[in-house]
Write a protein that binds this ligand. Structure first.
Ligand code: GDP
Length: 309
């Protein structure tokens, strides 16, 4: 990939896509192709066909997706399945038709079976039942992986997939009904501090374990894989360490400066009990994260929040 190569970042307004754009620009890539969803509806097969025929991108980062936290996944189940399947099918197929040199597809760690051994190795895919709350999204992401794998096998397309763990960072979604846990807790604790609330509610039991990676580290890993990896097997992108939701709440409460009580609402779903990626494949390739969780959360709270709420 040359600095002047025509690179299409699908989903550049989202948290992941915008981080990839920041990374590419920072590294001097100067021919980025970006379209908002109003300009190009990636669910529309005919529109995607015309776009690829006219623009002929050389490289594609496929970061466009319908995403959300545990409640959004469980509520908008049909939308998560349909929209993600359409986006992936259209972009991957047109990348094949119009001879894209290389494509990187972004998946998610929720593709793994709910009760798979931990840490999650790439080969555990499709060895058991999925977590119920995000099954439609996971099925769509598994389909995306299989598209890349099989366009490679049948047509020798250089299409690769990266599976990021739970992410956080700039341009996250702070809507409490649809967000992931980190932006939700930052917002809840911040509002709790401002309003001098006695308590803040955290969903579930606090027992689930999650791994979190700053999205700038993910973007760094995506560029690394684009430049250095051309295998059929998708690659986990993780932090390698996990934290309980209870400890995460205490950590975020401390960073924000919330002085009240943290209350757990066990009527809300916990989701999968544990989700830690095995990152040995990526480590062996020579990549590691840069941003620790506490530093990353401080950065996000300092710079990100006030622009959103
Ligand atoms: P998941 O990793 O797909 O389950 O996605 P989430 O980031 O939405 O949730 C992670 C964990 O945090 C789950 O166990 C949630 O129940 C828990 N959690 C606690 N409080 C919240 C909250 O306010 N919002 C969200 N989204 N999750 C929360």
């Amino acid at each position: 990939m040359e600095k002047s190569s025509k690179i299409y970042v699908a989903g550049h307004r989202g948290m992941v896509g915008s981080a990839i754009v920041r990374k590419l620009k920072g590294e001097g890539y100067n021919n980025l192709l970006l379209k908002t969803s109003a300009e190009l509806d990636l669910r529309n097969q005919a529109a995607v066909e015309v776009f690829f025929a006219n623009e002929k991108p050389e490289y594609v980062f496929l970061a466009a997706a319908k995403v959300g936290g545990i409640m959004a996944n469980n509520t908008y189940r049909a939308d998560f399945l349909y929209e993600n399947l359409m986006i992936e099918s259209n972009v991957v197929h047109q990348s094949y038709v119009h001879k894209v040199k290389k494509l990187l597809f972004l998946g998610s760690s929720c593709i793994y079976p709910k009760m798979a051994p931990q840490p999650l190795k790439e080969e555990y895919l499709l060895t058991g039942q999925l977590e119920e709350t995000n099954e439609p999204y996971a099925i769509a992401k598994i389909a995306g992986i299989k598209l890349c794998e099989n366009y490679r096998r049948q047509y020798r397309c250089d299409f690769i997939s990266a599976m990021p763990t739970n992410l956080y960072g700039p341009n996250d979604n702070y809507d409490l009904n649809t967000s992931h846990v980190i932006p939700a807790l930052i917002r809840k604790f911040h509002e709790g501090k401002i309003n001098h609330s006695e308590k803040v509610e955290v969903w579930g039991t606090g027992a689930p374990l999650r791994e979190f990676l700053h999205v700038d580290d993910l973007a760094d890993a995506c560029l690394f894989l684009m430049l250095n990896y051309s295998g059929e097997q998708f690659v986990n992108v993780g932090f390698g360490k996990e934290i309980s939701i209870r400890d995460l709440a205490v950590l975020i409460g401390g960073i924000v400066g919330f002085k009240g009580e943290i209350v757990f609402d066990s009527s809300k779903p916990d989701g999968t009990p544990r989700k830690l990626l095995d990152v040995s494949k990526l480590s062996q390739l020579g990549w590691k994260y840069n941003i620790g969780l506490e530093d990353g959360l401080k950065m996000v709270y300092k710079s990100g929040l006030r622009t959103v709420i």
